[in-house]
Unconditional design. Sequence first.
Length: 252
Amino acid sequence: MVRIAASGRATMVALAVLGGAPVFAQVKPDADATFNAGLAHLREGRPAVALEEFKKAVKLDPKNAHYYKGLGLAYAQQNKLQDAIEAFRKGLELNPYYVDMRNDLGTVLILAGRRPEGKAEFMAAFNDPTNPMPEVAARNLGQASFEDRNYADAINWFRTSISRNKAYPDSYLGLADSLLATGRQDEALLALEAGVKEIPAHPALLLALGEAYQRAGRLNDARTRLEEAARKDPAGPAGRRALDLLKGMPSR
């Protein structure tokens, strides 16, 4: 999935896949089937094939905002950012209340180097009273501030995100990175401990907490958390990183 490159562990929230998006009764059946085929290809890592399916769906039913979201995602995953921007904007033109698409649009605008426009979309999403997930927009604003090295704003936005949803792991990771960037190692560790308390099985949080304990010289605690991360995500990036760190630690 498309992500914004960033320093440290934090990355811009992935462009959301449309799984479970409602398909309304008036949608043409052929367009619906084509759209769903595109979703399947997108989830299975075939964005070029997905793109063709979404194009067909849009041609069959050019008034469905969901189809333009799919189109934008497929373009974005192929780094066709201007095409993605146009698709997301068309979707929002058709349905201005499709708030999640503002996060998508903001992400590709930032990927395209148009940071003020991207942050404006995140802010619009956060301020929209109909937004069911304001924590995502707040987290994106925090990450954008982190990348701009505006750490005070980043810390504020990540904390805002956590206040809206304590079970959103990316915000704890972003908050810890921002605190570390300002030399506040103890506060960063506390933020990660709070995250693991809320989401105890999340591999990336366990990994980050293990690393924080290692930096603090708490090697037994570090080993415990890294072993948990490795168990939870044996084949994934967090698990592999945890195993690498464990290999470099002294034996008990």
